[in-house]
Design a protein around this ligand. Sequence first.
Ligand code: F0G
Length: 428
Amino acid sequence: MSGAARRSWQRCDACGHEIDELASETRCPACSGLLEIVHARPVLRGDQLKQQFSAASATAQGAAGSGVWRFREIVLPTATAPVSWPEGNTPLLERAAVQQWAACPGLLLKHEGMNPTGSFKDRGMTVGVTQARRIGATAVACASTGNTSASLAAYAAHAGLPALVFVPSGGIALGKLAQSLAYGARTLLVRGDFDDCLRLVEEAQRELGVYLLNSINPFRLEGQKTIVLELLLQLGWQSPDWIAVPAGNLGNTAAFGKALREAKALGLISQVPRIAAVQAAGAAPFAAAFSGDFAVRHRVRAETVATAIKIGDPASWDRAVRAIRETNGVALAVSDAEILEAKAVIDASGVGCEPASAASVAGVRQLVSEGTIRPDERVVAVLTGHVLKDPGMLLRYHQEMDPPPARANRPIEIEADLRAVAGVLREW
Ligand code: F0G
């Protein structure tokens, strides 16, 4: 490949083979390894680059108001017509009740549920669907535990591309399934789990020619890097000590590692935060491997209430290992009970999130209690999805009687008269 003027290209993580930015493969054609996007160094560095990022609007229409395309110099500099909602520009929140529960006074919440389809996936999807259009894809597809499919459905509709989504039948939250149908994706309920769906969609890509937009697609990760870039910008480029993120297929963990590596190299930050990748105990192959210094790749049959991260054989394994190693990070597992308790605390603080998202805060509490996170450290926990994603689980939690969960807020049915209301107030 002649390299003189190229801005971005794709390189295999495993064998180093390089392919053009506009090649349609989503795995290395030489060895089937995962690809990474490499960008030529932007002209600006350090403070000047920060100024360029800060100058972008958060209120303009389309891509000009996007919290992803604000960083286009290090996301996809050559894209001329982004398919943007716009997305990103999510809040960084401080809530005393959550800090107290986690025993972490320096805890902030980065709420990615405040994206257009209610999860962080929109940040990757705006880049992925933009790329699908650039390479002339005629149809796009993904396997999903529900959020990727909701996001793909919305962005494909925006781009005018047919979308095919593969989800585990009976295995995804109600709000997510509803979104996929509403936005018009052809929705396949696969009799199997997420890992079966991913295998199937990769076969469909090879045999049937659809463009794959799971997070093995490296363009997705370029967009997801902006979660980290944006929180750093919100903190005035003063790195927190830790970033905690729920981990399933490990796309985000990998994207965070890449974002931090690049931010350091470009002089945007001087200190690299440590990444804490938090899995659900019933779906924790990465946390198990971390305990053994990643000597072996683990696979499990996944089981957890947090259906978004119910994944037994994560695809972005090697690049997530690199992210943890390079940031002196950790991987850990929290139980479903801890996830549900963290979620109830986050919800009752008025913030709200979906079950998988609460794993990050449950993970922070565990790391504080075992002394890995010190009480004076600054931590950003990423809330990956919106509270309304999983209403079925929420109603079960708050109406459960056998036994009632400690933080349940049961609805009270009454006769339509004032005495009944007064009775409720007396017992309050
Ligand atoms: N949190 C939420 C709400 C998610 O939907 C996901 C992944 C994760 C965390 C984990 O992120 O896979 O990058 O480690 N959801 C994917 C999906 C698998 O299909 O929606 P990850």
